[in-house]
Design a protein around this ligand. Structure first.
Ligand SMILES: C[S@@+](CC[C@H](N)C(=O)[O-])C[C@H]1O[C@@H](n2cnc3c(N)ncnc32)[C@H](O)[C@@H]1O
Length: 240
């Protein structure tokens, strides 16, 4: 049976949601800003944006001087929006991130992925697919994910923190309420799974960020739990 990609069912809502990408007080904004910081100088690089959605990060990579940007996503509707709003120099490809055979092996200096790995069921296959398309001897994989420890199933957000009652059991879960993750769900994995599978694939982990909002920069957010508890995690790994 042919399944409609989850984000095709909420494409308009997601395109609206992405307007938050410039606001660092939102999870998407902080993830995007931290990922860009982790990417460093991308001028002249050949980049794949995995799970690119409507393409905001692909466009940023081009603006920052990347030589070639290829955005990959499984949602035809988000890719159509990306093609409408992006520079014609960005190539968008509809493919499953768990199998990137549509892309040439050992081609990319950098694969970036913003908040998309939790949407892919098979993390080992996805890491391997990324590894295959990166250039040997220094190709980098930079990705953001919702923080496995603090954005876990059965989470209760309380006024003074978060109550986590389920962490060790991996699998798909849906958050409560009306947000994006209540509709498309997410694959929960432990921190150990994210790290150990990277190492088993052959990556060398270079840097990890757990960004929070600096309280002095955002005094009005001082009661917000994102000040002390990271909602996201960003990792940089290199192909040997
Ligand atoms: C939370 S969105 C992030 C989109 C984009 N990176 C951003 O920053 O707005 C997750 C994206 O992953 C895509 N996706 C989900 N499963 C995928 C798969 N197996 N292969 C490729 N893309 C996938 C979705 O269609 C969606 O665009």
């Amino acid at each position: 049976m042919l399944r409609v990609p989850a984000y095709d069912l909420i494409a308009e809502e997601y395109i609206e949601f992405v307007l938050q990408a410039d606001d660092p007080t939102t999870i998407l904004g902080l993830a995007t800003q931290s990922l860009i910081e982790m990417m460093g100088d991308v001028s002249g690089q050949v980049i794949c944006d995995l799970g690119c959605g409507e393409g905001h990060l692909s466009r940023t990579c081009r603006e920052f001087g990347a030589a070639v940007v290829i955005g990959v996503d499984i949602s035809m509707l988000l890719l159509a929006a990306a093609r409408r709003s992006g520079s014609s120099e960005i190539v968008y490809v509809c493919a499953d991130g768990q199998n990137l055979e549509a892309l040439k092996a050992e081609t990319f200096d950098l694969v970036v992925s913003n908040l998309a790995l939790m949407d892919m069921a098979d993390l080992a296959k996805t890491y391997q697919a990324v590894y295959n398309v990166l250039k040997p001897g220094g190709g980098r994989f930079v990705f953001s994910i919702t923080h496995p420890c603090f954005q876990a199933p059965q989470i209760t957000i309380e006024s003074n923190g978060r109550l986590i009652t389920q962490y060790a059991t991996e699998g798909q879960w849906f958050s409560e309420g009306i947000g994006i993750r209540a509709k498309v769900g997410a694959y929960h994995r432990t921190m150990a799974t994210y790290i150990n599978l990277l190492v088993e694939t052959g990556f060398i982990i270079e840097r990890v960020l757990e960004p929070t909002l600096p309280p002095d920069t955002y005094p009005e957010m001082s009661q917000n739990i994102q000040v002390e508890i990271p909602a996201i995690m960003v990792m940089k790994a290199a192909k040997q």
